[in-house]
Design a protein around this ligand. Structure first.
Ligand SMILES: Nc1ncnc2c1ncn2[C@@H]1O[C@H](COP(=O)(O)OP(=O)(O)OP(=O)(O)O)[C@@H](O)[C@H]1O
Ligand SMILES: [Mg+2]
Length: 391
């Protein structure tokens, strides 16, 4: 998939701006605060129907204006074209996504049509931060290649929401007797059991596949001295279960743990077990010893791990969508090269040469000199205060 054109109207610091992009490298440079990341954010809103920075739509309307528009023209592997329009009116708080004149009413049906991988400084929180950031990241990744996973996830989240609101409400109102509440929560537990196990199995299968991508990306960037390791951690799984799990045994285990936790859940007013509480652990294997990234990695190791992770996402999505017309994802690299030495930039640049279409933002024009040698087609945009000069 290629983004050929982009139009922004009253989006952040852009009043009215059109871009015509290269199908390979788009190099976007300019000084701090001029609107480079805003372009990438707009692209993410077309592909994900929401901002990769998790800004609200209201935040994105240009100061003093009442609405914004983002329009993008895409071309897929079989040269078929699509136009996606994202409109938002602040006063009515109405958001509309229109794809080829059809209103997108369920983002579930849309996600994955225009696959996207974004790497930005905010992604450092993947290795440094909270487990929900890692879960959200991989949920979005798996969802872009599996509608089944996305639907299961939505259904499961809905049930958890209902279960939580029952538990919370009862904590405040004491509306039900202990026995009644156990029965009511038990109903939600039996509803979520199958979905929970399906999600967990899908995530474990995902890691089995994904670990090869990240190992090879990592090796191409830093050599084979260290290897990255990702594991799935769940209350109902022991380490040894990892390769031996099967759906029935997981169901039995989860049912047992849900039952054991019920009293604690009633007491605390929140659901405590299930894939919404599971964790992805990131480690670095140095000469056979495992170091947890969050605790012991250096700044450079964090950055390298996250770069390898995101470039692997490109490979993972491409492989999983290779029999569809969609084609490979677009890659957005926001301010990725700052703080990296020339050698590492060169290796990353070589690595992404075979990728599909790439957008790179930076404050340092010299990075273009390093990058362009590897790309046979490129365009440069110089961004000044919400306007773009094509160079
Ligand atoms: N709703 C808005 N209306 C107008 N301007 C906005 C709005 N939201 C953000 N901005 C402006 O956009 C600019 C930030 O743009 P952006 O984050 O794209 O900069 P950048 O070029 O990526 O900078 P850096 O190099 O520091 O990352 C800021 O100056 C900010 O004031
Ligand atoms: Mg920026």
């Amino acid at each position: 998939m290629i983004l050929e054109e982009l139009f922004l109207a009253d989006f952040k610091n852009y009043h009215n701006c059109s871009f015509s992009f290269s199908q390979k490298l788009n190099f976007i440079y300019g000084e701090n605060g001029n609107g480079k990341t805003n372009i990438l954010e707009a692209i993410s809103m077309l592909c994900y129907t929401r901002s990769f920075l998790q800004n609200t739509e209201a935040d994105c309307v240009k100061y003093g204006e009442s609405a914004f528009e983002i329009t993008g023209s895409f071309r897929n592997r079989v040269e078929s074209k699509s136009t996606v329009k994202f409109l938002y009116h602040k006063e009515e708080n109405v958001k509309q996504v229109i794809c080829d004149n059809d209103k997108v009413t369920r983002s579930n049906d849309f996600l994955g049509r225009f696959p996207l991988v974004v790497l930005s400084p905010y992604d450092l929180k993947l290795t440094m931060g909270l487990q929900q950031d890692r879960r959200r990241n991989f949920d979005l990744l798996i969802s872009q290649v599996s509608r089944v996973y996305l639907n299961d996830l939505r259904k499961y989240s809905k049930i958890i929401k209902q279960k939580n609101s029952l538990l919370k409400e009862n904590l405040l109102t004491k509306r039900y007797s202990y026995k009644e509440l156990r029965e009511l929560v038990g109903v939600w537990n039996s509803e979520l059991l199958d979905l929970a196990v399906k999600l967990m199995v899908r995530r474990m299968d995902f890691i089995e596949e994904f670990k090869n991508y990240i190992a090879s990306c990592f090796e191409r960037i830093v050599g084979s001295r260290y290897t990255p390791v990702i594991t799935y951690q769940s209350e109902i799984l022991e380490e040894s279960d990892f390769s031996e799990y099967n759906i029935d045994s997981l169901k039995v285990k989860l049912e047992k743990v849900l039952d054991e936790k019920l009293d604690a859940e009633i007491k605390r007013g929140i659901s405590l077990t299930g894939p919404h509480r599971d964790n992805y652990m990131f480690y670095m294997n140095k000469s056979g010893e495992l170091f947890e990234m969050r605790i012991s990695a250096s700044q450079g190791e964090h950055k390298t791990f996250v770069v390898a992770l995101k470039l692997s996402e490109f490979g993972y999505i491409s492989e999983n969508l290779k029999h569809t017309n969609t084609g490979e994802p677009v890659l957005l690299l926001d301010d990725v090269f700052s703080e990296l030495d020339k050698g590492r930039i060169e290796r990353i640049s070589e690595l992404i040469t075979d990728f599909n279409q790439v957008f790179v933002t930076t404050t340092d024009k010299d990075h273009f000199g390093i990058l362009k040698n590897n790309f046979n087609d490129s365009k440069t945009f110089y961004i000044v205060n919400g306007t773009a000069e094509k160079c």
